[in-house]
Design a protein around this ligand. Structure first.
Ligand SMILES: NC(=O)c1ccc[n+]([C@@H]2O[C@H](COP(=O)([O-])OP(=O)(O)OC[C@H]3O[C@@H](n4cnc5c(N)ncnc54)[C@H](OP(=O)(O)O)[C@@H]3O)[C@@H](O)[C@H]2O)c1
Length: 514
């Protein structure tokens, strides 16, 4: 329908033919800009979602203005403190375009005032113009490489063409958020001790995709959230876990360790979908693998990164149903995860922890860090002798054994831990062994022993783990961070390979000034 009527003072100048010019330009989408404060932001988002019957498509913190933005259908909702919002409040709408430059000259020709000329901003370029009638509009053209983080299209990342292949520190595209995902600006991550042999293809049990970014954990800040993400928000500090289990309600949903390995089967398909890990400035993660870190902002970030190590044994101790007041044997206690397991078992209320290992010096350091509830046992490799030593240290027996041996060549220490359980005791097998563990059938049967295998942790494991840190029950400080920059991966990997079990190699991304 043509819109006709008498011309007012603000009508376009008579000699111009705006419609002719407009043929080559297209407004792809329009949205009202709505302003609110941070406190009411969630309510405002919910209102406009309800009004239009759709979800929020995208949330991002705009670094140029410090304002948080959420796009919900025909509305761009903006929140921030009063000063920041007031600085942009005059803009009443945003028009998404295909060609900013064409609009820029057309607007000038028709008498609009250009408040800001075209400039690069987060995700593209924009200009701000006051129409002849007074309406102030942001004209926005998305960058060729889709909206990106902090106005950048690329990031630094470690890329490996295949396990055992070529590793390079390259410029890679910053991933686009997609439904169900969050884009994390990675701040820190811990390295596993065997990262180097893993990348070199020396660990045959691992399956990785081709041309991928390795790295399996991160602490960082959410840069943007995709559609179908309901709770996580841009600007929130989070911890990302590599453990991803497919969401469908089927008997055996596929699972992978993002940026590390797939056990095969559906996992390989899942891995193609979530190919890249965290050894980069930004990482795209499924929302379900990300947990907000609240109330720990004052914690030193490198130190806090120790939670990425703790969550693994935490998963096993929970699966082993560790109850406060029980006695626990940790086998492999001189290893990285075993040491963390000792500290966690204490934090979770174990009355007594027997730390079993072969290295006396490391056991002594651990006992010092753990305190009076820890009893070290130096293993000899003789099952009978070691069983007796463990029982004696446990003052009769243990309720739970947590086995975290790494790449064991024989089963002796595992059998000794099993033999030192009370009747009805449980053993959680969580490490790795190249040798089978021969079971004494009658011993297991007569003693009601429970043998529990465990891979990783429950999806929500970080919530109670973080609560243990927040409430000072779990002190992360005995695990000392040794910090390297992202670009210095060679040295970081070498340090991780030789690090003591009370040491954590932490890689910090360059965009953080630590
Ligand atoms: N189930 C899961 O979800 C999961 C998750 C992550 C990792 N893992 C596995 O956990 C294992 C441990 O990782 P980590 O980083 O803690 O390794 P680590 O630091 O190398 O520690 C390995 C520990 O195992 C001990 N050990 C090795 N062989 C032994 C044997 N025959 N008898 C007694 N103790 C033995 C080592 O003792 P010494 O110091 O005396 O050699 C050391 O204490 C890895 O192999 C990994 O595959 C499992």
């Amino acid at each position: 329908m043509a819109c006709t009527g008498s011309e007012g003072n603000n009508a376009p100048k008579a000699e111009q033919k705006p419609n002719e010019k407009r043929e080559h330009m297209r407004i792809q989408e329009r949205a009202f800009r709505v302003y609110t404060d941070e406190e009411h932001f969630e309510d405002v988002i919910r209102f406009y979602e309800g009004l239009q019957g759709i979800g929020c498509e995208r949330r991002v913190r705009i670094p140029e203005t410090g304002v948080e933005a959420a796009k919900v259908g025909g509305f761009l909702l903006l929140a921030g403190d009063r000063e920041r919002v007031d600085a942009v409040r005059q803009v009443g709408a945003i028009f998404y375009l295909d060609s900013l430059d064409e609009f820029s000259s057309w607007l000038e020709q028709v008498g609009a005032e250009i408040i800001h000329r075209p400039r690069t901003v987060t995700g593209g370029r924009n200009l701000t113009a006051r129409h002849p009638d007074g309406l102030v509009v942001e004209y926005f053209e998305a960058g060729r490489a889709r909206p990106t983080a902090a106005g950048r299209a690329t990031m630094k990342a470690w890329k490996l063409d295949r396990l055992g292949g070529k590793l390079g520190f390259v410029d890679a595209p910053i991933p686009d958020v997609r439904p169900g995902s969050v884009l994390i600006r990675v701040e820190t991550q811990s390295l596993m001790s065997y990262l180097k042999p893993y990348l070199e293809g020396a660990l045959k049990a691992y399956r990785a995709p081709e041309d991928f970014i390795p790295g399996g954990n991160a602490v960082g800040v959410i840069e943007a959230v995709g559609a179908d993400v309901w709770h996580l928000k841009a600007g929130q500090r989070v911890v990302a876990s590599s453990h991803l289990v497919a969401r469908e309600n089927v008997q055996e949903p596929g699972q992978i360790l993002i940026g590390i390995t797939s056990p095969g089967g559906v996992g390989d398909v899942l891995q193609q979908s979530w190919k890249n890990g965290t050894l980069a400035e930004y990482a795209l993660f499924p929302a379900q693998a990300v947990t907000p870190i609240e109330g720990l902002d004052d914690y030193d970030l490198a130190q806090l990164t120790a939670i990425t190590r703790c969550v693994v044994p935490y998963g096993g101790l929970v699966r082993g149903r560790l109850a406060a007041g029980e006695t626990v044997i940790v086998n492999g206690a001189t290893g990285a995860y075993g040491t963390a397991a000792v500290l966690l078992a204490l934090a979770m209320g174990a009355a007594h922890v027997v730390a079993a290992g072969r290295n006396k010096e490391m056991l002594d350091q651990l006992t010092k860090a753990g305190g009076s509830r820890v009893s070290p046992v130096v293993l000899s490799g003789d099952v009978e002798k070691d069983t007796a030593a463990l029982r004696s240290a446990a003052a009769g027996g243990a309720h739970l054994a947590f086995d975290m041996v790494g790449n064991a060549k024989e089963p002796n220490s595992t059998l000794a831990a099993l033999g030192a359980l009370y009747r009805g005791g449980r053993i959680v097998l969580m490490g790795s062994s190249t040798a089978p563990v021969p079971l004494n059938y009658l011993q297991v049967m007569f003693n009601n022993l429970e043998i529990i295998g465990n891979f990783m942790h429950a999806q929500n494991a970080y919530l109670p783990l973080l609560a243990l840190v927040r409430s000072d029950q779990l002190d992360l400080r005995p695990i000392r961070p040794n910090v390297f920059s992202l670009s210095d991966l060679e040295h970081a990997m070498a340090a991780a390979e030789t690090a003591g079990s009370l040491e954590l190699v932490v890689v910090i991304s360059q965009h953080r000034n630590c």
